[in-house]
Design a protein around this ligand. Structure first.
Ligand code: ITT
Length: 198
């Protein structure tokens, strides 16, 4: 199998872009969507896998490059798996995660008044899809289980990191060093299944 030597990182999310670049070998040449000024397609799929495929195939076709896209999100048991594939949309158009986290707390409160007195199971899911200009594709999924922190803590990372405590740890992703987070998280677990392509 020919190893991938250059790839388009098909995301407009800066936090994800950084994490994906850090996971890939240094020797792989990485292109960003900024260089091509391409905006995202509509995510019309019903699963992380469908949406990551929609993005990877769209960006690959636009640029004629091999593309790696990520669709991910936070699933909260008490909310029946929401925000899930709607994780990005919960933050509103301006990607306001203060607002998205407030919405999580509000919905938790609505579902169970004293939710803060229990452990509230949640998981982060990531589906990575590689799409080649010749139509070949490969997807992999990674999951990390944990719980929702009763308070927003930490300023590292992005998105919902300040309210997610992975199983076996006391701190939120927002409190962890980026190095630790990227050695245990959903993206890393999905990456392990595609790493031989590089
Ligand atoms: P692209 O589609 O351009 O990649 P996006 O932000 O719209 O960017 P998604 O549709 O996959 O990406 O939405 C996933 C959302 O889930 C994202 O906005 C994050 O807020 C959240 N999320 C995913 N992985 C996360 C992580 O490791 N830490 C915190 N939040 C995460």
């Amino acid at each position: 199998m020919d190893k991938i030597k250059e790839i388009l990182i098909g995301t407009n999310n800066v936090g994800k872009y950084k994490e994906i670049c850090d996971l890939l070998p240094k020797t792989v040449k990485k292109y960003s969507l900024k260089e091509f000024k391409i905006s995202s397609p509509e995510e019309t799929g019903n699963s992380f896998k469908e949406n990551s495929f929609i993005k990877a195939s769209y960006f690959s076709k636009k640029t004629n490059l091999i593309c790696l896209s990520d669709d991910s999100g936070l699933k909260i048991d008490l909310l029946g798996g929401l925000p899930g594939i709607y994780s990005s949309r919960w933050s509103g158009e301006k990607n306001n995660f203060n607002l998205a986290i407030k919405k999580v707390f509000k919905e938790m409160q609505k579902a169970k008044e004293d939710w803060r007195s229990d452990d509230n199971k949640a998981s982060f899911v990531c589906c990575l899809t590689i799409f080649w200009p010749n139509g070949k594709k490969f997807s992999s999924e990674g999951i990390i289980n944990g719980k929702i922190s009763p308070k927003k803590i930490g300023t590292n990372g992005f998105g919902y990191d300040p309210i997610f405590i992975p199983k076996g740890y006391k701190n939120t992703f927002g409190e962890m060093s980026p190095k630790l987070k990227m050695s245990i998280d959903h993206r890393y677990k999905a990456f392990l299944k595609i790493k031989n392509f590089f």
